[in-house]
Design a protein around this ligand. Structure first.
Ligand code: NAD
Length: 359
């Protein structure tokens, strides 16, 4: 029996996780996956009920689970709270407590959605990039941090950008191995012309490359990488980078595919236990309207089945069902274009279920 914990979170989180859960429940029955599903609160909804974004009861369940599906956390309702108990702290707390250091973010352009991209179809069609982002270190976690008052009386905000050699090697291994399984190309993104921490990052990636002769390693400064991603994104296969650069570049890569509502992600520990979530946030601007795209969350379930639960056949079925639904011309508002059928969140979920039942 494998335990799966569902954390719906805030904003559109409950709407999209409901659709993903339907898919999990169906496959659990259909393929006898022997999954035990449980639920808990995190983020703003946990603050409302327990006063903290990551209650102990949620963390205990997360530790006991083999895999976690998260919707998204955050929203304007909690924006005025102290930084230490903001919804996002729930997410960061899960990532650090479970040591989910390896974030895999595929940016794949479904041929059916070539028109939804803001770039010309010839620049993006067939796009298939994997961004490997370090998730538990770097400037988002470095100490010291805070806002202090200088002798002059002026306030100064500060953070610390730090990576140890072992942290760099750990994420490097994930990236080199991913490149071996894909097109054999790895681009390491840094800012080694300015930041010492990334000089070390580059040095270690070069050293590791000796153990992966089948992978072609290149380096790129982050500003150039941002430019190349929108100029000629198909030059990339696997990209590895630190927490902050990865945060920004993966969102840009997401947009190349037409909608952030289409992209899943995985965050893995050393044993491939993982937390799976869509790349997007809680979309408060459309929450409660039933129009969010649930496909990124449904595709996150496919990644979960593949990376943490070793159920490749079930993962393939989900990806095929999603592709079939797109073939039928069904689109949520974020990916709609002329002549296609606009559907709600629940209708999209139901269409995936129907497609799965036909496979
Ligand atoms: P966002 O990703 O929530 O939204 C950006 C835009 O994309 C919005 O216009 C939104 O409507 C749209 N969008 C996002 N997901 C969509 C979907 N599934 N279907 C259709 N449209 C979708 O980013 P934001 O607006 O910067 O952040 C909103 C809140 O989410 C903030 O509180 C932020 O802190 C939080 N956030 C959470 C996570 C997470 O939980 N992993 C990640 C990023 C942001």
């Amino acid at each position: 029996m494998s335990k799966v914990l569902l954390l719906a979170g805030d904003g559109i989180g409950p709407e999209i996780v409901t659709e993903a859960e339907k898919v999990l429940v169906l496959l659990n029955e259909k393929l006898n996956l022997n999954l035990d599903l449980d639920h808990a609160k995190v983020g703003g909804s946990a603050i409302d009920e327990f006063g903290v974004p990551l209650p102990d009861s949620t963390l205990d369940k997360a530790k006991a689970a083999d895999a976690i599906l998260l919707g998204a956390v955050g929203g304007p309702k909690w924006d005025a709270l102290d930084m230490a108990i903001r919804p996002e702290k729930g997410l960061l707390g899960l990532r650090s407590n479970l040591e989910l250091f390896g974030n895999l973010r595929p940016a794949i352009l479904y041929p059916q959605l070539a028109d939804a991209s803001s770039l010309k179809p010839e620049i993006v069609s067939g796009l298939d990039i994997l961004i490997v982002r370090e998730l538990t270190g770097g400037i988002y976690f470095g100490q010291p941090r805070g806002v202090r008052v200088l002798e002059s009386g002026e306030r100064q905000g500060y953070n610390t950008y730090v990576y140890s050699e072992s942290e760099i090697r750990r994420i490097g291994k994930v990236a080199f191995e991913a490149a071996q399984k894909r097109g054999g190309k790895l681009c390491s993104v840094d800012k080694a012309n300015v930041l010492e921490v990334t000089v070390l990052w580059r040095e270690i990636m070069d050293d590791m490359a000796k153990d992966y002769p089948d992978v072609e390693l290149s380096h790129m400064y982050v500003d150039n990488a941002a430019m190349q991603l929108v100029r000629a994104p198909k030059q990339f296969d696997v990209v590895v980078t630190g927490n902050m650069f990865g945060d920004i570049l993966s969102d840009a890569a997401a947009m190349l595919t037409g909608s952030i509502g289409m992209l899943p992600s995985a965050s893995l520990d050393v044993n491939n236990k993982g937390m799976y979530e869509p790349c997007h946030g809680s979309a408060p601007d459309i929450a409660g309207q039933g129009i969010a795209n649930p496909l990124a969350t449904i595709l996150s379930v496919a990644m979960m089945l593949r990376y943490s639960l070793n159920e490749n056949a079930a993962a393939d079925l989900i990806e095929k069902a999603v592709s079939n639904v797109l073939d039928q011309g069904l689109r949520t508002a974020d990916i709609i274009s002329k002549g296609l059928t606009k559907v709600t969140t629940a209708e999209m979920g139901d269409a995936v279920i129907e497609a799965l039942n036909k496979l």
